[in-house]
Design a protein around this ligand. Structure first.
Ligand code: PLP
Length: 398
């Protein structure tokens, strides 16, 4: 018999849970798209987007998902035949690399695997070998949503500087923006790409590119085409140019509400701290389950775990069974395993704990997983909920 007939919960690493206030803000008639409230509201969104990424440089909004801004960032900085270095730490860095190949860019992929972060020393060494400066850009993800690793963006910047290399530094923050600390300017990132449906809690459909003066300089040799061109989006002469066409009206109302919550009410530093405590509570539950049977963290070292998503490893196809049980019997959808060998997919699941999350939501997810382990007779250690609630009670996590 099913217990799923309450409010369903999506605990995948994006799209994330949409706040009622964001949904409510979108529930309205279409506005005038040329003047008035929509125009003023959009101009108010841009500085808040910059505040979230901690940059004083340019912020642009595209009507697209993450893949769209992946491509736009490449088209504004590179031309066919250019070479890039991609730091591979799972499915998402590789996805961006294949996007680069699709527009004729040569890719050197240094693969660190599914259980480790990018090694800044290897980055430095690789750049030192490029004595002619053929590598135009270094591309990486901050959080790889498949492995749930977080990369040390600041350390990678320092590695580029130590190698005295001129490559642009481009970072995908789609799974990490407004979840984990990110400091675009302080850390020396030249191009940041992100999207609205993860930490920014807005229905999928908006992508963001931030770029600094160095990246603007790189654009001079490219011809991205009118729609992808970031110049008028960053500094439009008339509003219509910000989106090269009709504005994403209702998404903008939703995003305005999300930024009110994140930037003006909770405060971005508090948002990071909340994600940290919630992540630590999830980890402590996984630790407890793992004391017996074969449940474990995909990323062993706590220091390189994302605060937005946790990838859990199991055996005997139990992760697939667990996901089906929670969806069919409890109204909880967990993330599938991604980026692992296909035969191994059923042994991994992911818990998305990004965005609009508070204690009842987190304890609800962990309690539901705990019930599923019991219902399915999957061997596991006791005390997961006790461990998790202790961490939550001690907020902020150390
Ligand atoms: C979700 C995600 C993407 C892809 O975003 P889409 O909106 O699905 O195109 C890219 N990179 C990372 C790190 C992500 O988490």
């Amino acid at each position: 018999m099913s217990l799923k007939f309450g409010r369903t919960q999506l605990a995948i690493p994006g799209p994330s849970v949409i706040p009622e206030r964001v949904l409510g803000a979108m529930h309205r008639p279409s506005p005038n798209i040329y003047a008035g409230e929509l125009v003023e509201m959009t101009e108010s969104i841009v500085p808040d987007l910059k505040a979230v990424a901690r940059t004083k440089h340019q912020a642009t909004i595209y009507i697209s998902n993450g893949h769209g801004v992946w491509e736009a960032a490449l088209r504004n900085t590179l031309i066919p035949g250019d070479k890039v270095l991609v730091l591979g730490t799972g499915r998402f860095a590789e996805g961006w690399a294949s996007m680069a190949k699709s527009i004729g860019v040569e890719v050197e992929l240094v693969n660190f695997g599914m259980e480790a972060c990018a090694d800044p020393d290897v980055l430095e060494e690789t750049l030192r070998k490029d004595s002619k400066g053929d590598i135009r850009a270094v591309m990486m993800v901050q959080t790889d949503t498949a492995s749930s690793v977080i990369n040390d963006v600041a350390a990678c910047r320092q590695a580029i500087d130590r190698a005295n290399h001129n490559a642009l530094f481009m970072v995908d923050c789609i799974a990490s923006l407004a979840c984990d600390r990110f400091e675009m300017d302080e850390w020396g990132v030249d191009v940041t790409v992100s999207a609205c449906q993860k930490g920014l809690m807005t229905p999928a459909g908006l992508g963001f590119i931030y770029f600094n003066d160095k990246a603007a300089g790189a654009k001079k040799r490219t011809s991205p085409g009118e729609y992808w061109d970031w110049d008028l989006r960053a500094e439009p002469e008339i509003f219509y140019q910000r989106f090269d066409g009709t504005a994403p009206t209702h998404h903008l109302y939703g995003l305005r509400a999300a930024l009110d919550i994140l930037v003006h009410e909770e405060g971005i530093e508090n948002v990071w701290t909340r994600h940290k405590t919630i992540a630590h509570s999830v980890w402590s539950a996984i630790d407890a389950w793992g004391t017996s049977g074969s449940i474990s963290h995909n990323i062993q070292d706590r220091a390189i775990r994302s605060h937005a998503v946790s990838t859990v490893n199991m055996s005997d196809g139990n992760a697939a069974k667990l996901r089906s049980w929670t969806e069919e019997n409890a109204g909880l959808t967990l993330g599938i395993g991604l980026g692992f060998p296909e035969a191994d997919f059923g042994n991994h699941f992911r818990i998305g704990h990004m965005g609009h999350q508070n204690l009842p939501m987190v304890m609800g997810v962990l309690g539901t997983i705990d019930a599923a382990l019991k219902a399915l007779d999957i061997p596991h250690g006791d005390g997961a909920l006790d461990a998790a609630s202790k961490v939550l009670a001690a907020h902020p996590a150390a």
